[in-house]
Design a binder for this molecule. Structure first.
Ligand SMILES: [Zn+2]
Length: 331
C-alpha cells in the first residue's frame, strides 16, 4: 500500500526498488514496451524481464480481460485463509491519547474474525488459479506478542527475524496462511510512512514458502496513511490507529491472498488488485448516534463504508476481476 499523497508515488516506487531489492513486490515491475506475445515478470532484484506468454497457464478457473493480468502463479484458496498476527512493540499503553492499546488489539481481532465472507472480502473471490478461486473467507488464525526482540528501528531483515522467531514462539509454520507484523506507533520501519503504509512479500523460512506482511500503526503518520484521524472505532478524538490499521490490513491481505508468491495477479504496470483502488472508498455513511460507531466517532462525524461484526469500518475498495473490472465495495 502506497502513501496516499500523489507526490510521493514516484519517489516511492524509485526508493523502494533501492531499499528493498530482495523483496519481490509487484509494485516494482516497471512499465515499458513488451514485445507481442510476451509479458513482463519480476526478477526479484527490482527489475523485470520479458518472457513468452504461456497460453497453457490460463486454466478454466482463471477469468481474464478485466484490467488485471494472470501471471501463472497460485492464489491462496483456504476456506478460511488463516491470518497470523504478530503484535510487535508496545501494545499495553493505557493513555487515552494512544492507540497502542489492548483496545486496538481487540478491535483488530474483531475485524479479522468478521472480515471473512464480508461484502468487501467477497470481491477477492473473483481471483483464481488453475485449480480454483479464492474463497473470500479468512480468519484470525492466531496471534502472539513480540515486545521488541529487534528493537524499535526495523529493517526488512529485522522483520524477517520477527516472522522467523514467531514460528518457534507459538505460531504454526503454515504455507497457506498470511503472517502480519503490526508495529506500535513508536516503532519505525525503513520506508514506512514516507514511501508506504504497508507491504506484503514471501520468503522461504525454515524451508517453507511463508507469506508475510508489514502493517504499521498509522497513528505514527496520520497525514500520510490514515483516511481520517477519528475513525468509526476511535476510542477518543484523533486516536484513529485501529481504523487505519484495518484499512491497510484489508489492502495487504487481499493482495497476499490473490498474489501470495508475487507471480499471480497484477496489471501490466505491476499494480496488484488493492493497489488499483488505493485509498478509494466509494459511497460512505457518516457516524451518528445509534450507528454502531463510538461516541468520539459520532461527535467527529467519522465516515464508514462497511458494517460487519457489530462494528462499522472504513476500508478501501478492491478491484473486481469481473464485469470489465472496477473498484467496488461489494460484488
Ligand atoms: Zn499493495
Amino acid at each position: 500500500m502506497k502513501h496516499p499523497r500523489g507526490k510521493y508515488r514516484l519517489l516511492s516506487a524509485f526508493l523502494f526498488v533501492i531499499l528493498a531489492a530482495n523483496f519481490l513486490m509487484a509494485q516494482k515491475v516497471r512499465e515499458g514496451s513488451v514485445p507481442e506475445g510476451q509479458k513482463m515478470v519480476p526478477t526479484g532484484d527490482g527489475s523485470a524481464i520479458a518472457v513468452p506468454v504461456d497460453p497453457a497457464a490460463i486454466g478454466k478457473a482463471v477469468v481474464t480481460g478485466n484490467g488485471i493480468n494472470y501471471n501463472g502463479g497460485p492464489v491462496l484458496k483456504g476456506n478460511p485463509v488463516p491470518i497470523y498476527v504478530i503484535w510487535y512493540g508496545t501494545w499495553n499503553s493505557t493513555s487515552p491519547t494512544s492507540s497502542n492499546t489492548m483496545g486496538t488489539v481487540s478491535v483488530i481481532d474483531t475485524f479479522l474474525n468478521n472480515l471473512g465472507n464480508s461484502a468487501i472480502e467477497k470481491v477477492n473471490s473473483t481471483y483464481g488459479d488453475n485449480t480454483g478461486n479464492v474463497s473470500g473467507n479468512l480468519t484470525l488464525g492466531g496471534q502472539i506478542f513480540d515486545t521488541g526482540s529487534q528493537g524499535t528501528s526495523l529493517t526488512n531483515n529485522r522483520l524477517t527475524n520477527i516472522v522467523t522467531r514467531s514460528l518457534s514462539n507459538g505460531l504454526p509454520t503454515d504455507p497457506n496462511g498470511v503472517y502480519v507484523v503490526i508495529t506500535s506507533s513508536n516503532v519505525s520501519e525503513r520506508g514506512f510512512c514516507n514511501q508506504f503504509c504497508g507491504f506484503h512479500t514471501r520468503q522461504t523460512i525454515n524451508g517453507v514458502d511463508i507469506k508475510w506482511s508489514f502493517v504499521g500503526n498509522v497513528d505514527r503518520c496520520p497525514a500520510g496513511c490514515e483516511i481520517q484521524t477519528t475513525g468509526p472505532n476511535s476510542p477518543a478524538a484523533n486516536v484513529g490507529g485501529a481504523d487505519g490499521i484495518s484499512n491497510v490490513l484489508t489492502h495487504e491481505t487481499e493482495e497476499a491472498i490473490s498474489d501470495p508468491d508475487l507471480n499471480a495477479w497484477f496489471d501490466s504496470s505491476g499494480q496488484e488488485n488493492a493497489d488499483k483502488c488505493n485509498f478509494t472508498f466509494g459511497t460512505t455513511t457518516t457516524c451518528t448516534a445509534g450507528s454502531l460507531c463510538t461516541g468520539a466517532a459520532d461527535t467527529a462525524g467519522a465516515k464508514f463504508n462497511q458494517s460487519f461484526g457489530n462494528h462499522n469500518w472504513m476500508v478501501q475498495q478492491n478491484w473486481e476481476n469481473a464485469n470489465g473490472g472496477a473498484c467496488v465495495q461489494h460484488l
